[in-house]
Design a protein around this ligand. Structure first.
Ligand SMILES: C[S@@+](CC[C@H](N)C(=O)[O-])C[C@H]1O[C@@H](n2cnc3c(N)ncnc32)[C@H](O)[C@@H]1O
Length: 442
């Protein structure tokens, strides 16, 4: 592999005797892994039903290595949002952050959203997750994943950190900055990262990162956990940024992290940790952990529960055993169930706040794909449950019409082994597919 000379010289100096082991990893295959979406399935249940061989990723309880030749993205459980393909080292920052239910969490550089899913797994329907990316194209991937993972408790933004700080302000007690970086840790996995490094090297990235972390002071609360992570080795993008924050103001202090499967020594301390490809089964990663505390804390405000529009009430009466409760808002034709908490959003580019339930047009309610993936099959009737091994499941996911020996008519929640995939309308055993075209399996 053709690595930039400036990079290899710097790594030689940094790693000394370990350099040969490090450089040897570029001749080896990278590791592939998945993260279980525990909002939809427990890890134990997933391990029982998943057909392919898995091995635990040491620094997380819900991440597993799989074999590269297993077609894990073609399995219907993937379409059901039961898991997410995530590089093993990329699983570590959220474990270091360790958000807990009731936290106000901010995932500041979030696209495509893998770490946001991990955060949601930990806070569930309590507290709030604000997930943001400055890139308008990349933020669409967050929205898709938020819908696929079945999240309600989210605010998706497409903003610059300084605007979020101005409008929302000091209210987050778990903040993740998975910063844009020069990507040196990804050279083995994606050779395009080398090209990109030549354009956006450590110096350029250092400056962008500074602009982002300069806002932390205006975003944290009186008791905040902060994790800053990158997938690069350059000290200017890693240790120097943490030192800058610590020297800048006494509002920040070091916070210990304990990730299993990682040796701590002088290089790898408990508040600044690397994942090295020659020491662990994962690509290069850096995690810096801090506590932050400010006295300018904004108070929390809850959305007040209200009655949904009549048409949606009728839908719930007909199909749902437990009705959804919360704050319902009609935005144009779109019916949204808001998260439990609200934060100011005036002037911010809001991509989604809460769960899109569906559309009300000409007095008719059409449920959304996001609702299908938020639901649990036991709370909906009727369902059409297709076995994951059944070829009809793949046909449904490809948007084809299928035929079943089922007498019930009208709207059904289509599931695979009990896990929702989408909606369909049944008429005399013909399944009229409502799986959205942009979601279809190719
Ligand atoms: C390393 S990636 C994030 C990966 C993501 N956390 C995940 O786990 O899926 C860094 C992201 O930062 C975004 N970004 C770049 N500059 C930014 C800025 N000033 N504010 C917020 N996000 C930014 C990029 O668009 C990119 O999606």
């Amino acid at each position: 592999m053709n690595l930039p000379e400036i990079f290899t010289m710097r790594m030689k100096e940094k790693l000394g005797k370990s350099y040969l082991d490090f450089i040897q990893t570029y001749n080896e295959d990278y590791h592939v892994s998945l993260s279980v979406n525990t909002l939809k399935i427990s890890v134990d249940h997933f391990l029982e039903i998943f057909p392919y061989k898995l091995e635990p990723v040491p620094w997380t309880s819900d991440g597993f290595y799989y074999q590269p030749d297993n077609p894990v993205t073609k399995h219907p459980y993937y379409s059901a949002g039961l898991y997410y393909i995530q590089e093993p080292s990329a699983m570590s920052p959220v474990n270091a952050l360790n958000p807990t239910p009731d936290d106000f969490c901010l995932d500041l550089c979030a696209a495509p959203g893998g770490k946001s899913m991990q955060i949601s797994n930990l806070i569930g329907d309590r507290g709030l997750l604000v997930t943001n990316d400055i890139n308008e194209t990349r933020v669409k991937a967050i929205l898709r994943n938020v819908e696929k993972f079945g999240l309600r408790n989210v605010l998706v933004l497409n903003e610059s950190p300084d605007k979020i700080a101005k409008v929302i302000g000091n209210c987050f007690n778990s903040i993740l900055v998975d910063a844009p970086c020069s990507g040196e840790g990804m050279f083995r996995k994606d050779p395009r990262a080398v090209k990109s490094w030549e354009t956006y090297g450590p110096a350029e990235c250092h400056n962008i990162q500074r602009e982002i972390i300069d806002q932390l002071e205006n975003l944290m609360s009186d008791d905040s956990k902060i994790v800053y992570s990158t997938c690069t080795f350059a000290e200017t993008e890693n240790e120097d940024q943490i030192a800058y924050l610590l020297n800048q103001t006494e509002l920040f202090s070091q916070r210990e992290i304990q990730l299993s499967g990682i040796a701590y020594d002088d290089e790898n301390t408990k508040y600044m940790t690397h994942i090295w490809p020659h020491l662990q089964r994962g690509e290069g990663h850096f995690i810096g952990s801090l506590s932050g505390s400010t006295s300018h804390v904004k108070s929390r405000e809850k959305y007040v529960d209200n009655e949904p529009p009549e048409i949606f009430k009728l839908f719930m009466d007909k199909h749902m055993k437990e009705p959804l409760v919360g704050h319902f808002v009609l935005e144009g034709e779109r019916l949204i169930l808001k998260p439990e908490y609200k934060v100011p959003t005036k002037g911010l580019r809001v991509v989604r706040e809460g769960l899109l339930l569906g559309e009300i047009k000409k007095g008719r309610f059409t449920p959304s794909q996001a609702l299908a993936l938020y639901l649990k099959s036991e709370n909906f009737t009727p369902i059409l449950d297709l076995e994951s091994q059944n070829f009809d499941t793949v046909k449904y996911l490809k948007g084809e019409t299928i035929f079943v020996d089922v007498k019930t008519e009208g709207l059904h929640l289509v599931c695979t082994d009990g896990f929702p995939l989408g909606f369909a309308k049944l008429s005399s055993g013909t399944v009229k597919n409502m799986y959205p075209p942009s979601w279809r399996m190719l």
